[in-house]
Design a protein around this ligand. Structure first.
Ligand code: LLP
Length: 438
């Protein structure tokens, strides 16, 4: 992946930086991001739109990995930003991200979050349901502010992926149903509003998608309804936000297309649909990739500790992190690939399982992997952990969250400090008296 190399002495380098040195300097577990690869992905997406001469926004879905540094990088690369909570919004603004390039998602935005976003003059709200529309309109009326919105609709497409990650199908907590008239009702209401400007339509059909068919089907469905709305209420969207969900290769089992292929298929389908709308201008196409921008740019370094061999059954090797820094194997049965980062030139001939150190049998990072026989203190590099790793990390077992470093051109920069034990009890409020229950 990206700038990774194996040196003659068997050491893995990322961005020209030796991973053993990184482990020494910053400790483990450690998330390492190859920022050149993130830039390459960001430019890759944008270049397709430029080449096709289609107005666009590529919004980084910051839920995949959120901290100030990645938002600065996104800003530098000309990306917009998708946030889904007051916390993500706060982080973006704190990083200096231009508010007009921020899109606010979420199926239950609180009044406080809406007011915060309006005050910050964000680019647009992605309105998820009718209750939110009413609340947003009321707050705008009360505070005499106007805002742009996209209406998030559920086109009823089931993209082929893991059940928990499905979001585009009909029975979903997200979005306005297009099939049963919910979306049309919301659209009429929003169009009648003096304070809301309906920029367009949004849909997101799922995550870790390997085919273009889900996207093109969603576009076809959307255009059926856009046709109806055009005819009945004379509304035609200026923006079509087609969400994220582009798959990446975690292991050799995964067969994603290139990011460019997904985008090109989307553009082609929209262009084809536009043939039925002479006189209407082709909408801007917005996308919001998360995983495909940062996923394979991230590698987690762990130190190997104890081992347990059950002859004829399984050999467990335990690392100094686990489900607290990567919940995906336990939550989605997600698979990962790994190597010994300090012995990458040795033959990977032994079958084993990588366990975390949390107090739970399900805390496994990799069930079956071939590695050189590891020794205590060896460094394990687990690949493709850049998306939904740090952002879904927890303090289960009061594990401290790892540090994050960015590497590029032979230089490393710490962008999130490792949590300390003191950090863990920062918000704890001790009982006034120890005898309270006596
Ligand atoms: N836009 C919307 C509205 C979304 O709901 C999501 C992801 C994205 C964009 C970005 O999707 P991506 O390009 O990253 O696939 N925690 C799960 C993934 C949950 C995705 C939720 N929504 C995982 O670890 O696989």
């Amino acid at each position: 992946y990206g700038t990774m190399k194996i040196e003659e002495n068997g050491h893995l380098t990322i961005g020209g930086v030796n991973t053993s040195d990184l482990a020494k300097e910053y400790g483990t577990p450690l998330y390492v991001y190859d920022t050149a690869l993130i830039r390459e992905r960001a430019r890759g997406f944008q270049n397709v739109f430029k080449k096709e001469n289609v107005p666009y926004q590529v919004a980084y879905a910051s839920k995949a990995f959120s901290c100030m540094a990645i938002m600065q990088l996104a800003e530098e690369e000309g990306l917009s930003l998708d946030v889904v909570s007051g916390g993500e919004l706060y982080t973006a603004l704190a990083s200096g991200f231009p508010p007009e390039r921020i899109h606010f998602h979420g199926n239950n935005k609180s009044e406080e979050e809406i007011r915060f976003a309006l005050r910050s003059k964000i680019g647009c709200f992605v309105v998820d349901n009718e209750d939110e529309l009413t609340l947003l309109e009321d707050i705008c009326q009360e505070t005499q502010q106007e805002t742009a919105i996209l209406l998030r609709v559920t086109p009823g497409i089931e993209a082929h992926t893991h059940d928990y990650i499905l979001t585009g199908q009909e029975d979903s907590k997200f979005g306005l149903d297009v099939q049963n008239g919910q979306a049309a009702r919301a659209l009429k209401k929003a169009l009648n509003s003096e304070v809301l400007e309906v920029l367009g339509i949004h849909c997101h059909i799922g995550s870790q998608i390997f085919e273009t068919a889900g996207f093109t089907m969603a576009i076809q469905t959307l255009f059926r309804f856009i046709g109806e709305w055009d005819e009945k209420i004379g509304y035609f969207p200026a923006v079509l936000n087609l969400g994220g969900g582009f798959g990446i290769r975690y292991t050799e089992e995964d067969t994603p297309l290139s990011p460019e292929t997904y985008v090109k298929a989307m553009i082609d389908e929209v262009k084809e649909q536009m043939a039925n709308f002479s006189g209407r201008q082709m909408p801007e196409i917005w996308i919001e990739p998360g995983r495909s921008l940062v996923g394979d740019a991230g590698t987690t370094l762990y130190t190997i500790g104890t081992q347990k061999d059950i002859p004829g059954v399984r050999r467990y090797i335990a690392v100094d992190g686990g489900m607290s820094d990567n919940i995906r194997p336990a939550l989605y049965q997600a698979k990962y690939d790994a190597i010994l980062a300090n012995r990458a030139n040795e033959e990977a001939s032994q079958l084993m399982s990588v366990a975390g150190k949390c107090c739970e049998s399900g805390d496994m990072l990799i069930w079956d992997i071939l590695l050189p026989s590891p020794q205590k203190g060896d460094l394990l590099a687990v690949f493709c952990t850049g998306a939904y790793g740090y952002s879904m990390a927890s303090n289960y077992n009061r594990m401290t969250k790892p540090a994050v470093v960015f590497v590029e051109n032979g230089e490393a920069q710490l962008v999130v400090r490792r949590e300390s034990y003191e950090d863990l009890s920062l918000h704890d409020v001790p009982l006034r008296k120890h005898s309270m229950t006596r």
